[in-house]
Structure formats: C-alpha cells, structure tokens
Ligand binder design. Sequence first.
Ligand code: FEO
Length: 402
Amino acid sequence: MKDIYSAIKVSDNVYWVGAIDWTIRDFHGYTTPHGSTYNAYLIMADKITLIDTVKKPFKDEMLARIQSVVDPSKIEYIISNHSELDHSGCLPEVIDFIKPEKVFASTVGVKTLKELLHNAHEIIAVKDGETLSLGNMDVSFMETRMIHWPDSMFTYLAKDELLFSQDAFGMHLATLERFADEIPAATLEYEGATYYANIVLPYSAIVLKALEKVAASGLKIKIIAPDHGPVWRKDLGFILDLYKKWALQKPKAKAVVIYATMWHSTEKMAEAISESLAQSGIKTKLISMNETHRSEAAYEVLDAGALIIGSPTLNNNILPQMADVMTYLKGLKPANKIGAAFGSFGWSGESVKHLEEILKEMKVDLVTESIAVKNAPDSGVLEKCHDLGKIVAAELLKKVNN
Ligand code: FEO
C-alpha cells in the first residue's frame, strides 16, 4: 500500500516534507488550541538537501513524505536552521538512517545541538553570509540570533527566491492547506499575532533589525517558508508589515484589564474600570484569569496601550492565577504601556502593592493611584474605579494622539 503521507511542492525545486500535529495543546506554556505543524523542506538540488527536521515522534511521517519524492538515503546535506527540539528532536535518528554526507548549522547551533542531543555526529558550522553550493544551485545563510534562540538562522535559496525562515513568520496552526493564500486572512492575522505575542515579542528590537537586514541585503524573496504553519507565496507584504507593526509596539487606544477574583469584589471593580474605559472611547478587553489561559492574555496585550491589573490579597500575596499570568507577561517584555492596579482584601491587603511592583518591573507607566478596597466595593468605591478608567483613558488618548 502507498503510504498515506505525501510531500507538497512549494517551488520549482522545493517540497514541504514536514508533519502535522493535530493534537498538541500546550507548547511550553503557550496553549495551541488549533495544533501545529513542524515544517521540514527538501531541496531537490544535485546535492539533495533537507532543511530542518521535525519533533521526535513525527520522524516517520517526515520520512514518508520524503519517500514520496525521493529515497531518503539520497539526501546528502541536512541544514538545521534552529536547534529547538520541535525541529531537531529526531535529528540524530534521521542522521543514522539517512547517513548524509554533511550536516550544517550556525556556529551557536552546532554547540546547542551537541548540548541538547549529545550526539556523536559531526555538525559543520556555517557563518553569517556564507554560501554553500548544492551543485546546480546555492544556498546562503543569514544569522538571526535571538529570533528566537541564539542559534537561529535563515537559509536562502536564490534559484527559487525562497527564504527558509525557521520560527519567524510562523504560527501554530494545523491545516491540510500548505499555503497562506488558502487560509482566511483573519485566521492568519490572529494565529500569527498569537504566535508573535507568545514567542517572538521579547525580541522585537532584534526583529526590526532583521527586517532591515533582509531589506538591505537586496535578496529577491518570492516565497517565505517558516518552520510552523503555512508557506507564504503571495502578498508577502501582508506578513512582513504585520511583523513590523507587532515589533514596533506603537500603543493603540486599547486597554486590557486582567484580574482574578475570589468572592467577586475585585471582579466588580474590574467591570467598573472596563465600562468606564469603553465609555471613554477605548477599545477594552476584560480578562478573568479564573477562566482564561495566559496565552490569550498575551495576545490581547500585544497591541494594547494600557494594562490594568487586579487581584484580591491571598496569604499576603496576589492570587496564583495573577502570579502566573504576570510572570508570563513580564517575561514577554511588552513595551510602551501605561497602567494601573486595583484589588480587594480582607485584612492585610498587600496585593495591590505587589501588582504595582510587577507593573514597575515591566516598565509600565503607572498613571494613577491604585485602588484597594477592604472586603466588598460599595457604590463610592465603584465610582472611584470608574474615575480610574477615565484617567487611564485620557492619558492613553493623549499618548496615542501625540
Ligand atoms: Fe519552533 Fe523555536 O521552535
């Protein structure tokens, strides 16, 4: 019987030979409700070359897709653009099976692969700007350190004007459609933004430099082939412009109110603040961490200009749901936000001070005094919350319109 898996032609000389992970729902703390793909690519040059591999359990799926084009033992080169295990987990087994002539990675990639996989295979370091002949065509390498690991690099195939971009321009989306132009634009924008917010955001300054480096290189790029999600072969400006926008993090007239609650006191305060923000013309998202995953909060924070956070006091601290999301958001380093804190307490009341400290560590500009209420908010406290919303809205509109 013919294998169920098949390669998909991406360009004159390149096939997609990756794997579709329909069931993954957690990617080191980032929830992936729509699964993912691990993209590997085959260049059918004189020296048949495999670009990246897949997560360990998907090795046979990748090999079957390769087999639909060529016997895997004919592969002479493997290039690892990114060492993270979703792209290298099966590399030692694949090397043993294929026995390629040479395996390449960036200088840092060589070290990282050794440290992660402890394999005995020799991996050859390639440098930024170096060109490698595949016989009848060449590939060149561009280091993209910290997008999003130190080892990360792009590989460019001039003959097909194709950029293999590893995690950059990717998304966690399991589909049988292999090209972005087969998927609705709203889905691409949502999934791409969610991926950027949860993976790439801390490295936004480096992303801007990389976009400039690619533009300055004069490389003709007709196709961008990332390591997750669909391949971009039409209107590349769509994803390139979005990356520029996400990386710049210009504040929008949007506020995100994130809270957790015990007995609904902090929740009532959050609702009063949110209503006020919306009434002042601010697009507002109210997120209860009692019900919401941290990844969704990260997605909403990406383009927000204001971050307002609330928690009751629990054992002299904040609620664990808030500690979780704020630890996560702090690590993602969102920039250019204003904010405020609020919360309720029964007796000691430390939560608001903790929240203020977190916002300060995140370099969020606190534009008004925090509100802390003992036990439940009365109408006077809710009015103060309403005023807090109005102050944040006014400050945000000033900032956005500057
Ligand atoms: Fe898709 Fe950073 O690995």
